[in-house]
Every structure is written in structure tokens, then in C-alpha cells.
Write a protein that binds this ligand. Structure first.
Ligand SMILES: *Cc1c(COP(=O)(O)O)cnc(C)c1O
Length: 448
């Protein structure tokens, strides 16, 4: 074993998995000591290897270990780490103008991102956008705008939802640990209804929608609801693809009752599922679409995009923020949209599904703990349970994640019970790297 990071010239980044030290290595362990002294304990890291470089679907740590990244920074570097187009667009913008505050003196890249969002979000109605810094901020603003437009207060959300960590967004999030426990009081007027989770509820889309709607009609009543916020494919909840017809039935109910239908596409959007937005798989045309994560290749940016009459309900000065729609982030986002078009990345997401899903289904045949294989495009997951039941096996997920890390594969867990492994690689990942990752997963399952 050689410690390659000690070489004087930068090591060229090869697209390969390579483990050269214990994981975490000595330099990561030393950095972790420093971190424990000064970084708040509430900020955790799933795998405390400190990353020095990244490209495509490969992460390189400070000890020279290289990992196949199946998490893409939680679905953020969707077009690949340090994509050349993003790096050069953002670098050029950085040197040209870094910040003015769009609310003081505007600039073109913000307008261009709004044009691209209008073009690529579902539906051909007139659309407008607001740009902010994070997913949670997009959620907050989507609700704020829906309330102003409807003059109503109620916000409907679903079981297993994740919408972020600020006060309103955390209230809208389902899971207590780690997101909510001890962090109350929570925001008022948030109503949670059962959703569609085919593996666990066994309901058709029509049946599940009837439950959701009946529940909301009994507990709040449609005339008090400003909006319904749904993730078309739930992210942190465990990549649940709702049963056929579920989401269209909800949208129809919303439009009958003047409830703003908001698709939180923060994790499922920007090409992840092989369409620009997962809503398209279900024939949805949301009133508002929330974007973040994958939109700017790793730079912080988020958006609320939707029907002009709804977006324009907020008075001048009512929306915005100091950093919202930062020029460097906007330049990166423009490059991301261009990359998706030029490299036909939507087809790459379909390729990843075609490569990975049959492999996962094979593993399901082999290992009874894989209760469900699900997802669309490069948003795939397996749910681990006691064989033949739906009893969650979070410990199995934790051992697989730990095993894979030792073998140079970064895997992310998810799920209300922490018993889901999700695969959300960059769309740039090669079939070869995917194949290697599957072999490590196979070994990890065998080692359980
Ligand atoms: C990550 C996420 C959010 C919150 O985004 P942040 O940028 O972390 O605030 C909201 N909704 C969904 C579906 C997400 O996956």
C-alpha cells in the first residue's frame, strides 16, 4: 500500500475505486479530531472520510482513497462532480460579478434561470420563478405564496414526507428523529395525511387517494387549505413511488377545491428520474414546482416556479433574500441545463435504471431481506425487511453501508425506519462503476 497523497504532484483522478488505507484513514481521523472540537455535534457525517477532490462519480479523500459515489451529495451533483461546464461557468461568473443582491440591482443569469425553469417544468401555461438558497427556503416560500394567493392558512402534507429543517419545513417533515425531536414548538396549520406506500399499504392509487382525501376533509376541510405539498417520489422517506393514479387524483381534488398543488421536486427533479421532473411520469402539472439539490451542480440555489397568477400574488418586496439567486449559482445552473441537453443526460438516467434495476431485482431473488426494489431512473432503492414480512431491518442497512464504505463504495440510507438503501448516483456514472458497486453490495448482503 502506498500513500499516494504524499506524492508532490497532484494525482490524476482516475475513474476508479481504490482503497489505500484503513477507512477512515489517518488524515481523516486527524481532521475528525479537529472537527469534534469545533463543529456542533448536531451536524453529523454518515462517513467521516474528509474529501479533498471529486470528479464525475468519484470522491477522493485526504488519504488518497477513492470512492464510487452513489449518493451525489444527496442528489446534488446530478450531472457529476466538478463538471467542466459548471466549473468554468461558475469561475467566470465569480470573477465577473459575485453578488449585488437581486433585490437591489439585478443581473441577467437570474432571469435566464427563470426562463429555463419556465421552459422545463411541466405544463405550457405562463410561469414565473423566485430563486432562493436552499430547499427548505423554497418550501417556505412555496407555502407563503400559496397562502397569499388563496387567503387560506392550512398546509397539507403526507406521511413519510421530508421538506427540510427550518421551522415550517421541519414541521412539514414526518420523522421525529433526527429532524424534530426537541426542536419545537412547531409551526401551526400543518395537516398530515396518509399517502401511498404500495409495499406497505397494498392499496391501489385510487384507494390510497380516497384515504388521503377523506382524512384531509375530516381533519381540516378543503376550504381552509392553501396548499398540498407532495414529493412525487418521496426522497428521505425511502424513494416510494406512489401507486398509479394516486397523484393525479390528489391534483384533481386540489383543483376542484382551489388548493394550490405544490410538487416538492427538490430531490426528484432536474433529470434524476429520466425526465426533467418526476411529476411528468404521473401526468402531473403542478401549480408550483420546488427545485433545489441538483439545479446548480453543487452550488446553493433553489427555486419556486409556477403559474404566473399564483406567483404574482405576493406584493413587490414580499419575496427574496440577500443571497437568493446568487449570480455564481445561477451561472452554474445555466450550465447544468445546457449539460442535460448537450449530453442527453435524461437518457443517462434511463440507462442507469436499465443497468441497476435488473441487478437489484437479481439480488432480491438471492437475498430474502430485500423486501422491495423500487424507483425510477437514477432514483432507485431497496427496502430491507425480515424475510417474508414488512418488519424493517435498519441494522442490516447500517452494516451494508459500513461494509461498502470499507470497499470504496459510498451508499446512502433512507426511510422512516432507516431500512432503505437508496441509489442516486451522478448521471455521469459509468456502467462499469455501477457494476462494481453492485458486486460490493452483493458481498455486503452475503456478509450479513
Ligand atoms: C433535501 C430536501 C429538502 C430540503 O432541502 P435543503 O436544501 O436541505 O433545505 C426539501 N424537500 C426535499 C424533497 C428534499 O429532498
Amino acid at each position: 500500500m502506498t500513500d499516494v497523497s504524499e506524492a508532490s504532484a497532484p494525482v490524476p483522478l482516475t475513474e476508479e475505486r481504490r482503497i489505500v488505507t484503513a477507512i477512515p484513514g489517518p488524515k481523516s481521523r486527524a481532521l475528525h479530531e479537529r472537527r469534534l472540537a469545533v463543529v456542533a455535534a448536531g451536524v453529523s457525517s454518515a462517513l467521516p472520510v474528509y474529501i479533498e477532490r471529486a470528479h464525475g462519480a468519484i470522491l477522493v479523500d485526504v488519504d488518497g482513497n477513492q470512492f464510487i459515489d452513489l449518493g451525489a451529495g444527496i442528489g446534488v451533483t446530478t450531472i457529476g462532480h466538478t463538471d467542466e461546464a459548471v466549473v468554468s461557468a461558475a469561475s467566470a461568473q465569480l470573477a465577473q460579478v459575485t453578488h449585488t443582491a437581486f433585490g437591489i440591482t439585478p443581473y441577467e443569469p437570474y432571469v435566464r434561470v427563470a426562463e429555463l425553469l419556465a421552459e422545463h417544468t411541466p405544463g405550457d401555461h405562463a410561469k414565473k420563478s423566485l430563486l432562493v438558497n436552499s430547499g427548505a427556503e423554497a418550501v417556505e416560500n412555496g407555502v407563503k405564496i400559496a397562502r397569499k394567493f388563496t387567503g387560506r392558512r392550512g398546509v397539507a402534507v403526507l406521511d413519510h414526507a421530508f421538506h427540510g429543517r427550518t421551522n415550517l419545513a421541519m414541521t412539514m417533515t414526518f420523522k421525529s428523529m433526527p429532524y424534530k425531536a426537541g426542536f419545537g414548538p412547531f409551526a401551526p396549520e400543518v395537516y398530515r395525511a396518509p399517502g401511498s406506500y404500495p409495499f406497505r399499504d397494498g392499496l391501489s392509487g385510487t384507494e390510497a387517494a380516497a384515504h388521503t382525501i377523506a382524512y384531509l376533509e375530516k381533519t381540516v376541510g378543503p376550504s381552509d387549505l392553501a396548499c398540498l405539498v407532495v414529493e412525487p417520489i418521496q426522497g428521505e422517506g425511502g424513494f416510494m413511488v406512489p401507486a398509479d393514479g394516486y397523484l393525479p387524483a390528489l391534483q384533481e381534488w386540489c383543483s376542484t377545491h382551489g388548493i394550490v398543488f405544490i410538487a416538492d421536486e427538490i430531490q426528484s427533479g432536474m433529470g434524476r428520474t429520466g425526465r426533467y421532473f418526476a411529476s411528468e411520469h404521473f401526468g402531473l402539472v403542478p401549480d408550483l414546482v420546488l427545485t433545489a439539490k441538483g439545479i446548480a451542480g453543487g452550488l446553493p440555489l433553489a427555486g419556486v416556479t409556477g403559474r404566473s397568477e399564483i406567483m404574482d400574488a405576493a406584493h413587490a418586496g414580499g419575496l427574496g433574500g440577500t443571497f437568493g439567486g446568487n449570480p455564481v449559482s445561477c451561472a452554474a445552473a445555466i450550465a447544468v441545463f445546457e449539460r442535460i441537453e448537450q449530453h442527453n443526460l435524461l437518457a443517462e438516467a434511463q440507462r442507469i435504471e436499465a443497468t441497476l434495476k435488473p441487478e437489484l431485482l437479481n439480488l432480491q431473488q438471492k437475498y430474502g431481506v430485500i423486501g422491495d426494489v423500487r424507483g425510477i431512473g437514477a432514483m432507485l432503492a431497496i427496502e430491507l425487511v425480515e424475510p417474508g414480512s414488512t418488519t424493517p431491518l435498519p441494522e442490516a442497512v447500517n452494516s451494508i453501508v459500513a461494509f461498502a464504505a470499507q470497499q470504496g463504495v459510498l451508499l446512502l440510507s433512507a426511510g422512516t425506519w432507516g431500512n432503505v438503501l437508496r441509489f442516486l448516483p451522478s448521471l455521469a456514472i459509468s456502467d462499469d462503476l455501477l457494476g462494481q458497486a453492485v458486486r460490493v453490495l452483493d458481498d455486503a448482503l452475503a456478509a450479513l
